[in-house]
Design a binder for this molecule. Structure first.
Ligand code: IMP
Ligand code: MG
Length: 174
């Protein structure tokens, strides 16, 4: 079965905005090295596009978490499926996520990663749905796009593991 997908943000719009965010990071972290943590799987396309546009020294690591729950809602209970390979001690960390929805995943992750003593830790997200936020304490330093409360796919985001490879952001029409 094929779903009908309405384009919300074109590939050109997404890439142009990623370039802007990369410029901000290049400026903010001038003279320093950043350690990007890509949250798998959704963050992978955004992380690559962002990293390619950074001119400061960059190192990369990957983490995979699952929030227990089915369908399109997260439960708030987060399990680490794959932990980082490298320690965070003294590093300037930027967590790179696909989307912040309730904020539960990030609230939990920030808490455990801060305990590993990075020099600094910030959040960078492709999309933010602030209307859905439950964890108000989650502070996002870099947001590419704020979007309404709609379920989106593409550019790493999936619906039942499908559509991650779409080069744009779309809404699955019911
Ligand atoms: P949170 O813990 O509620 O903030 O959930 C964040 C995670 O839920 C994201 O990393 C996505 O994997 C998933 N998610 C939330 N909203 C969407 C969406 O609109 N499309 C696809 N995945 C989503
Ligand atoms: Mg995700």
């Amino acid at each position: 079965m094929t779903d009908k997908i309405r384009v919300l943000l074109t590939e050109e719009e997404v890439n142009a905005r990623i370039s802007e965010i990369a410029s901000m990071i290049n400026e903010d972290y001038a003279g320093r090295q950043v350690h990007l943590i890509c949250i798998l799987k959704g963050g992978v396309f955004f992380t690559c596009e962002l990293a390619k546009r950074l001119t400061i020294p960059v190192s990369l690591d990957f983490m995979s978490v699952s929030s227990y729950g089915s369908g399109t809602k997260s439960s708030g209970v987060v399990k680490i499926i794959k932990d980082l390979d490298e320690p965070l001690e003294g590093k300037e960390v930027i967590i790179v996520e696909d989307i912040i929805d309730s904020g539960r995943t990030l609230a939990y992750l920030m808490e455990i990663l801060k305990q590993r003593n990075p020099r600094s830790i910030e959040l960078c997200t492709l999309l933010d749905k602030p209307e859905r936020r439950v964890k108000k304490q989650v502070q996002v330093k870099y947001t590419c796009f704020t979007i309404p409360d709609e379920f989106v796919v593409g550019y790493g985001l999936d619906y039942d593991q499908k559509y991650r490879n779409l080069p744009y952001i779309g809404v699955v029409e019911q």
